[in-house]
Design a protein. Structure first.
Length: 513
């Protein structure tokens, strides 16, 4: 650790010395190569970083790399203007890009510099500002969420401290990135100014001290300026890209490559549509490359589709294997000995009344029955078990108390039950029956005469209401059989929460269960 700190301190001192002390050409070549390698290293680390905090020192690295490039620009400017040379690296870059046409080379350099300044640097700066603002605004909500998880027992104190520390680090990081992005922006501006100084100052010094003509001076110093600008701007461009990657990956949890592949090539349908668009452009552009790209997209989509089907089949086999293993497990016979306090069994034709997917509301009515009886009788009604029974006739239902059948009934699901309250003199056509809950005479009528029956004064109810009313009356008549000692103890414990003194005085001193 001490050696690392010493190395960073020594590097910082040497960066400052490079600005003041002249250095030879070969050493400048080495330093420029180190700058390029360092830029690639930072870019690759930004690409493979799982989250922004894995490069928490990135703002400080931006400061050091910017200062390092500025010192190299000053050193190269001193050599270009003073000696008319700046080492092999700068000259090689200038000749490679410019070639035999200096204007083309200079235009390429201008395009690279403008792309960095107007596109990447501007965008990274804006994203850094917004990320810092929203991160700071979200801090109170995140702190409250951590406190809520801690109070509910989802996390312990150590985990809460780690999460708070991470939130603080995120706020510090994005706040630092907001300021550090200005380094990248101003570095690009400095590169533009340095280019103008190198060309103008170089031409003046070449004509004045070297005795060159204006065309010879322009040729020599333009090549050196292009080389110097590219050697400094390419690493700056790489670091600007790394800055943009870091600040735009706040919601990402994996590395950049995995995220791009998963999100861009996730849907075969999208790839097929893109391939179709390329094929539609073939009659317009007549490029064989369009057919090649379309074929690659179709092939990639088919491979992804096959992979998805393979994964789906593997999951189905896994589920089937789990079901087989579940069947092979030794059965727990003890659970079969348990008897449900209340059961409602029905034939297959009555299933739609209990199935929510088919519009049935019988389950909701059962919940209301338990609530209603609890309020009326002051006892806790046990859970009512609903199940279908193929041994019953399709429209029949049976109510059981502790496994013993105590009541039954039969429904006509496409009809309504009409009962005469005793005040109706007119008769209506229907199938005679008996209301199961109270044993009253009734009629099954079709829906077409329902309104007529209601206007005549009949009481008309639907099949779910018949079952619910019957269930309510059966439970009310057998509540003494359903009330157990454990239920009484539960009621006493409930009363004890509000009146502990009364309960403790009565039980077990005067009464026992």
């Amino acid at each position: 650790m001490k050696n690392r700190n010493l190395m960073v301190a020594v590097c910082a001192v040497f960066i400052v010395l490079f600005i003041i002390v002249p250095i030879p050409n070969f050493l400048l070549d080495v330093l420029l190569v180190i700058n390029i390698a360092l830029s690639f290293l930072i870019l690759l680390n930004a690409i493979y970083a799982n989250d922004a905090l894995s490069m928490a020192a990135f703002p400080t690295m931006l400061l050091f790399t910017t200062l390092y490039r500025l010192s190299l620009n000053i050193v190269s400017t001193r050599l270009i203007i003073g000696r008319g040379e700046a080492g092999e690296v700068i000259q090689s870059f200038g000749r490679f890009v410019g070639g035999n046409d200096l204007i083309v080379g200079f235009m390429i350099y201008i395009i690279i510099m403008l792309a960095q300044f107007l596109v990447i640097t501007k965008g990274a700066e804006r994203v850094a500002e917004v990320a810092a603002r929203f991160t700071l605004d979200a801090m109170p909500g995140k702190q409250m969420a951590i406190d809520a998880d801690l109070n509910s027992g989802l996390i312990n104190e150590t985990q809460a401290k780690e999460r708070r520390k991470r939130i603080q680090r995120e706020a510090d990081f994005y706040g630092s990135m907001d300021g550090a992005s200005k380094f990248v922006k101003n570095d690009a501006i400095f590169g533009i100014i340095t280019t103008a100084i190198n060309i103008i100052g170089g031409i003046i010094m070449g004509m004045w001290k070297q005795g060159d003509t204006i065309f010879e001076a322009m040729e020599r110093y333009t090549i050196l300026t292009i080389g110097d600008g590219l050697v400094s701007q390419i690493p700056a461009l790489l670091i600007s890209i790394a800055t943009g990657i870091i600040v735009t990956r706040a919601a990402s949890e994996g590395n950049l490559g995995d995220d791009i592949v998963k999100q861009l090539f996730n849907s075969p349908r999208v790839l097929y549509i893109a391939a179709g668009a390329c094929i539609l452009l073939v009659p317009i552009l007549w490029q064989w490359s369009l057919i090649l790209v379309a074929g690659m997209l179709i092939y990639l989509g088919s491979r992804i589709n096959q992979a998805e089907k393979k994964v789906s089949k593997q999951e189905e086999r896994k589920v089937e294997q789990q079901e087989v293993e579940e069947i092979r497990k030794p059965e727990n016979v003890v659970t079969l000995l348990q008897v449900d306090p209340i059961e409602l069994e029905f034939g297959y034709a009555v299933i739609p009344l209990a199935d929510k997917n088919q519009g049935g509301d019988l389950l909701d009515r059962v919940v209301m029955i338990r609530r209603q009886l609890a309020l009326e009788l002051g006892v806790i009604v046990p859970i009512i078990r609903l199940r279908d029974n193929i041994q019953l006739s399709p429209n029949q239902y049976v109510i059981k108390i502790k496994g013993v059948e105590v009541a039954s009934g039969e429904l006509m699901l496409d009809h309504f039950m009409a009962m005469n309250p005793g005040t109706v003199d007119e008769e209506i056509n229907g199938v005679p029956t008996v209301e199961p809950a109270f044993g009253l005479p009734a009629l099954w009528i079709s829906e077409s005469v329902r309104d007529q029956a209601e206007m005549m004064g009949y009481t008309v109810v639907d099949p779910p209401s018949i079952v619910a009313t019957h269930m309510t009356e059966v439970v009310r008549r057998h509540i003494h059989e359903l009330l157990s000692r454990q239920d009484v103890q539960t009621l006493i414990d409930n009363v004890k929460t509000s009146y502990p003194a009364v309960v403790e005085e009565l039980i077990p001193k005067l009464l026992t269960l």
